[in-house]
Design a protein around this ligand. Structure first.
Ligand SMILES: Nc1nc2c(c(=O)[nH]1)N[C@H]1C(S)=C(S)[C@@H](COP(=O)(O)OP(=O)(O)OC[C@H]3O[C@@H](n4cnc5c(=O)[nH]c(N)nc54)[C@H](O)[C@@H]3O)O[C@H]1N2
Ligand SMILES: Nc1nc2c(c(=O)[nH]1)N[C@H]1C(S)=C(S)[C@@H](COP(=O)(O)OP(=O)(O)OC[C@H]3O[C@@H](n4cnc5c(=O)[nH]c(N)nc54)[C@H](O)[C@@H]3O)O[C@H]1N2
Ligand SMILES: [Mo]
Length: 686
């Protein structure tokens, strides 16, 4: 915070988005008056999305939580009274002490990615819960199926440099909707298109991105692995593979080739995916012959029961054709493992001191809160809105409604989850605290400098856990680390790609690139971070887990269930709405107006079969629940698929429910990942 009249502060966008923008905030007399993308930052290039261009409205919203509060109404009712920080923290500390004395595993953190800075996302909080010996949360809501799929094939969450997409001649947007969810990559895709590149979307839905592509392959949800295997069949059959690359830098080609030739003919795959065999042939030929070829894989395609193996299978493609040879070729799902941040120093798992607390899967928090043994008695929710975003809401709500559960929610706003809290604590926004960021969609380290003083009595997450640690008598020096100490710790690393990156430099300049060559082609000459150092078509790591070591088609659970399809004939997708960020921003009037109202896109055929007209109120339902929204009839989803852009807050929805009343707690084949898009429903007019 500065005393000067007007200054420009370097901040980083905190949101769960691959773009992690570098931004400039103008501060006049202690008040933030303008926010903009940093024009000098290479990936941001001076532009930010609509959501964050209104970030000041979030920070200064009249709805901001300003002081600690204690519940006075029923759970869920949302009635609270103001209390002091001392009262709040004393009561929380007393509850934690009592629970820890009985069994620390009755304590559960519930946090995700409301902010992705290391200080506010995963440092003091993790130390605190490690020291307590609390139940550990397996944070599987978003990306773990794909992450482990990538690990099997490439060795880690690494891939081509997203900055090179503008040089590609073929781009496949595979389960990715960058217009909505990865805007700065989309700019590069458009540059490539202007220079003549062919852009292909693979998506059951004609998303805002798919409608601007050269070609759209609208496959059945959850069948991407089969499509990739069909492409491989054509590549092998027609000798379109790069023998030299395969021999030098891959493992298991002969067995893979034999399998795809025997089992995955385009005709068979066409039936599995619901697309024409000719389209598969064409896709494979284009992929092998138009170079450089870049694949933007994104998380949409892995929110299915077979999503992990599907991501692994698709990740084999660039090694088959040698696409990695070019900096603008290859595949990227996430770049996060290129960073060498010192997570052990940040999170201090050593504070567990040999204890191995049970682990609860975040995607099954509904079951956990209603039936775990021993029961969860105390939960602290921060950076997360589980009542809105976790699957099978009826169970999540039943859990948070338990009278014998003590719930603390730390947030900026009175979220759907905060309504169930015993104590609500106000958190600072990104303009009010310090942080350091990596990105999962580019290769820069970013600093977030505080621009203004905390609004009301809000505090950073880190400070809240610091104060709780002091109350619980945790005396390790790490509990006294300042936020700046934590930033310094994060980047103090001897890993080669962190060479030259220092906190002081990042803080002063706002961002710094990892130490990679200017035209980075990570696997042009192999060097994959797998056990063999090769791209692993054959994965011993999977074999050791009892999983087929070669790529195979692992079907979706509900989408492929023909018996279930008789009762619930439609596949239901609930991908991000453009003007929300998961459930963030969905409480602010401006963004709700942009999105108008919760709506369901239907194909005319499916609407006609149900007597549904455009604009009708419809009820979507399955065995887990139901909710009501407005029908929009258009050709965007393929027949048999309905799409509800999400994640609306329940309290701003017509019947107080949202998409997650329908989604299931089933987890994917790898990493225990959530399967939000593997969901069958029926729709009727109300
Ligand atoms: N504006 C905005 N931006 C965001 C977010 C947001 O909520 N709003 N969320 C952020 C977060 S947390 C994440 S993880 C990313 C997500 O980024 P993306 O992965 O790009 O997002 P999704 O929209 O989930 O999925 C992309 C597309 O996958 C399609 N899809 C669904 N199932 C399948 C399938 O089985 N196969 C294929 N091929 N496609 C399928 C969907 O129809 C959708 O159009 O975006 C981030 N950016
Ligand atoms: N149906 C359906 N459900 C989904 C998805 C989907 O596509 N469809 N997407 C899934 C995906 S990909 C993800 S990543 C998850 C996201 O799930 P979450 O990570 O829970 O994301 P948000 O809903 O944005 O909620 C984050 C909360 O953190 C708060 N917050 C932000 N910054 C801070 C801070 O500094 N301190 C504190 N204490 N709080 C802060 C915000 O105000 C917000 O209420 O949702 C998943 N749920
Ligand atoms: Mo996510």
């Amino acid at each position: 915070m500065s005393e000067s009249v007007s200054e420009v502060v370097r901040v980083a966008c905190p949101h769960d988005c691959p773009d992690t923008c570098a931004m400039l905030v103008t501060v006049e007399e202690g008040k933030a008056t303008k926010i903009q993308g940093d024009p000098k930052a290479p990936f941001t290039e001076g532009t930010i999305c609509t959501k964050v261009s209104h970030y000041l409205e979030r920070t200064y919203s009249p709805d901001r939580l300003q002081y600690p509060m204690k519940r006075v109404g029923r759970k869920g009712e949302g009635k609270f009274k103001r209390i002091t920080w001392d009262e709040a923290l004393d009561e929380i500390a007393a509850k934690l002490k009592a629970a820890a004395a009985e069994n620390p595993e009755t304590i559960l953190p519930s946090s995700y990615a409301g902010t992705m800075g290391m200080v506010q996302y995963s440092s003091m909080d993790r130390r605190f819960f490690h020291k307590l010996g609390a139940t550990q949360l397996d944070r599987t809501l978003c990306s773990t199926a794909g992450k482990y799929g990538l690990k099997a094939t490439l060795g880690a969450s690494v891939g081509m440099d997203p900055e090179r997409f503008d040089e590609a001649k073929l781009i496949i947007l595979w389960g990715a909707n960058p217009v909505v969810s990865n805007l700065h990559l989309w700019g590069r895709v458009q540059d490539a298109k202007r220079k003549g590149a062919k852009i292909i979307a693979i998506d059951p839905y004609k998303s805002l991105s798919a409608e601007k592509c050269t070609q759209h392959v609208a496959l059945l949800p959850g069948t991407d692995g089969a499509l990739a295997l069909g492409m491989m069949h054509v590549l092998v059959r027609d000798k379109l593979v790069d023998r030299d690359y395969i021999e030098k830098y891959t493992l298991g080609y002969d067995a893979l080739a034999k399998r795809v030739l025997a089992e995955y003919s385009p005709e068979r795959v066409a039936k599995l995916c619901g697309v024409d065999a000719a389209a598969i042939e064409q896709l494979a030929r284009d992929y092998a012959t138009i170079k450089p070829a870049a694949i933007r894989l994104n998380y949409g395609m892995q929110r299915h029961a077979g999503g992990g193996i599907a991501a692994r299978t698709i990740a084999c493609l660039p090694a088959l054709t040698g696409a990695w040879r070019d900096p603008a070729g290859g595949i990227v799902l996430s770049t996060s493992d290129f960073y060498g941040f010192d997570h052990a120093a940040l999170e201090r798992p050593d504070l567990l001191a040999g204890r191995r607390p049970r682990v609860i899967n975040h995607s099954q928090i509904g079951d956990a809160l209603t039936s775990a043994n021993p029961p969860v008695k105390v939960t602290i929710v921060y950076n997360n809105n589980p009542v809105a975003v976790c699957p099978e809401s009826d169970k999540v709500i039943a859990g948070f409604s338990r009278e014998d559960l003590f719930t603390v929610v730390i947030d900026h706003f009175q979220t759907d989850t905060a309504d169930y809290a015993d104590i609500v604590l106000p958190a600072t926004t990104q303009l009010e605290h310090l942080d350091v960021h990596k990105s999962y969609g580019h290769l820069y380290v970013l600093a977030n400098n505080p621009a203004i003083a905390p609004v009301g009595e809000s505090l950073p997450n880190s400070e809240i856990f610091r104060r709780l640690a002091a109350r619980l008598g945790f005396d390790e020096p790490c509990f006294r680390d300042s936020d700046e100490d934590i930033c310094r710790t994060a980047v103090a690393s001897t890993k080669p790609k962190m060479a030259g990156v220092t906190w002081d430099k990042v803080k002063a300049e706002g961002w710094q690139k990892l130490a990679v060559p200017a035209r980075f082609a990570p696997f042009a000459e192999g060097g994959f971070p797998t056990p063999s150092g090769k791209c692993e078509f054959h994965s011993k790591w999977l074999e050791d887990q009892g999983i087929d070591p070669l790529p195979f088609y692992n079907p979706p659970a509900e989408v492929a269930d023909e018996a279930l399809a008789k009762r619930y004939p439609l596949a239901f997708l609930s991908p991000p709405a453009r003007h929300f960020l998961n459930s963030s921003f969905a409480n602010i009037a401006r963004f709700r107006e942009f999105e108008r109202e919760p709506h369901l896109d239907l194909h005319p055929q499916d609407a006609a079969a149900r007597g549904i007209r455009d604009g009708d109120a419809v009820r979507v339902f399955n065995d887990r629940g139901s909710y009501t929204l407005r029908a929009r009839i258009n050709g965007k989803p393929r027949p048999g698929v309905v799409v509800a852009p999400s994640v609306w807050w329940k309290k701003y929805s017509p019947d107080g429910r949202n998409a997650n009343n329908l989604t299931s707690q089933r987890v994917a084949d790898l990493g225990g990942g959530a399967t939000f898009y593997d969901c069958r429903v029926q729709v009727e007019r109300v």
